[in-house]
Design a protein around this ligand. Structure first.
Ligand SMILES: [Fe+2]
Length: 385
């Protein structure tokens, strides 16, 4: 028995963004938009052509660029005020996960009031949400098709997950051409995030046959395409595979959950502002090793699926190849180790353990995991062993 819900309309393809006005009209998106993006995306030259095109087509757009890499609650509240002041009726998000999560939260606050914490803590219901249109410019978060937004509470550094079917964007427009200018380090980090979404969405305790089908399609695509997308950013075929892989991974975990890698990554991101994909990558091999000890057959299957191992390998060999293969794969992408990250201190491990354990996705990990296990994984990641 399972439920799978998805009501985001998806448009995918090179040049799709040029059809934006037609797509918006076809889906009755009101012509007064708050455009949520970040200054990096603006400087990359991705936003202005879209605004020019929309203006020609009769759309009124107000730009909102208060988006930070780990999006903040106060920026969402500022955005909600700006939404009301400008008389906007819908939101267009152009950017990575931070822009899209900020946009989804603004759409909620502008329609239903309150603060992000009041929703995350269950004190307010997700009564209404304004329409959101997402144009991802990185291949990673899958936020364009998910029902969640991860927002940091500035006062506590706590990462809060707002989750409700109404938070799903109305439209997702995916154009691989927009991802060509993403620098190698961001391509690598966001790409690893996508792989973790597929792995955790597939393996977690609340996965479904439909989520597993999407995850199974996403994993080999991402493992094969990401090294090329990082080393040869202009390779449109690799960029297309990554954007599709990220979308499939979003469709996988978007109706299931993430798990222990994200619990640790969100703890790290909340405390040090570590980019989300990097934070995932530094823990992935160590969580895989822990989970594989409890679920060896499942992880041997994952190893063969991602082509880190073959059918000839025994389950034991396949698991070893998975853990080592993923670690080597992330290193080759230029992802640093936990110890090499700026600001991370061993003295903070107790706090990181508490934050990871308190994460709402902790119970979804395929193997039960407690504070002492999180501590061991942190030590292993720190000592790179
Ligand atoms: Fe993620």
């Amino acid at each position: 028995m399972f439920t799978y819900h998805m009501d985001t309309h998806i448009e995918f393809g090179t040049g799709k963004v040029r059809e934006l006005a037609d797509i918006l009209r076809h889906h009755d998106i009101p012509p007064r938009l708050l455009v949520v993006t970040d200054s990096g995306v603006v400087h990359a030259g991705l936003v202005q052509p879209i605004l020019d095109n929309l203006s020609t087509e009769g759309y009124t757009c107000t730009l909102f660029t208060h988006v930070q890499p780990n999006p903040r609650d106060e920026d969402c509240m500022l955005g909600a005020r700006q939404f009301a002041e400008t008389g906007a009726a819908a939101i267009l998000a152009i950017g990575g996960g931070s822009a899209m999560d900020t946009a989804k939260t603004i759409a909620l606050l502008a329609a239903s009031g309150g603060t992000p914490a009041q929703y995350a803590d269950g004190h307010l219901s997700y009564a209404a949400v304004h329409p959101v249109v997402c144009i991802p410019t990185t291949a990673g978060t899958g936020s364009e098709v998910t029902r969640s937004a991860v927002i940091t509470e500035s006062s506590t550094h706590r990462k809060m997950t707002l989750k409700h079917a109404r938070l799903r964007p109305r439209l997702a427009i995916l154009d691989p051409q927009l991802t060509l200018t993403v620098p190698p380090s961001v391509t690598a980090a966001t790409g690893v995030d996508a792989l973790v979404h597929a792995i955790e969405g597939y393996t977690c305790t609340v996965s479904t046959p439909i989520s597993k089908a999407f995850g199974q399609a996403a994993m080999p695509k991402i493992v094969a395409a990401l090294p090329t997308a990082v080393s040869d950013g202009n390779n449109l075929a690799a960029r297309e595979d990554m954007l599709l892989g990220s979308l499939l991974a979003g469709l996988c975990f978007g109706n299931a959950d993430v798990a222990a890698v994200h619990c640790l990554a969100e703890a790290l991101g909340g405390l040090y502002d570590t980019p989300h994909g990097v934070a995932n990558a530094v823990f992935l091999p160590y969580v895989l090793r822990y989970n594989a000890e409890g679920e060896p057959r499942l992880h041997a299957h994952l190893a063969r699926l991602m082509k880190f191992a073959t059918e000839e390998d025994s389950d034991e060999e396949a698991v070893l190849k998975l853990v080592n293969g993923v670690a080597t794969w992330t290193r080759k992408l230029g992802i640093p180790t936990l110890r090499a990250l700026k600001d991370v201190r061993r003295e903070d491990f107790d706090q990181l353990v508490e934050l990871a354990f308190a994460n709402g996705s902790n119970p979804s990990n395929v193997r039960p995991i407690g504070k002492s296990e999180y501590r061991t994984i942190l030590e292993n990641a720190w000592n790179d062993q």
